[in-house]
Design a protein. Sequence first.
Length: 154
Amino acid sequence: MKVLTKKPHFYFFITSIFILTCGYYNYIKLSDSALDINVHDTYFVIAHFHSVIVLFSFYGLIGIIYFVFKVLKIQLKTLLTTIHTTVTVSVVYIYLIINYFLSDSIEKELIHGNIQSQNNLILFLSICVFAAQILFIFNLIIGSIKHFRKRNEI
């Protein structure tokens, strides 16, 4: 648990590389698939890889922010850091695990044009990540204010 609060940037860097690797693999898989011609539009394949790049950048940026705060020795709230890191990182793995185990049923839903269950899952996970980002911003503001107050007192 101490690693989670002392070095959260590691989790974000590892997750961003994992997102890029899985996304690139899926991009290759989608673009080379024979089913791709019948089911997927070219726009979907391109948009998928762009969303992977955006997620990779997002998680990498959060890792960089945590790393900068560590280098500047700005203390963040342990509870908020733990909640933010756990929720934000675990959402990616939860989504990939659910997609892995339900890939056959999701593929059938895509063929028939019914993707409501996957859309609901993405919406729920997106709301969780958005709430965690609000905590992250709140944590950064509190940590910065405390750091600069302590610095000005000296």
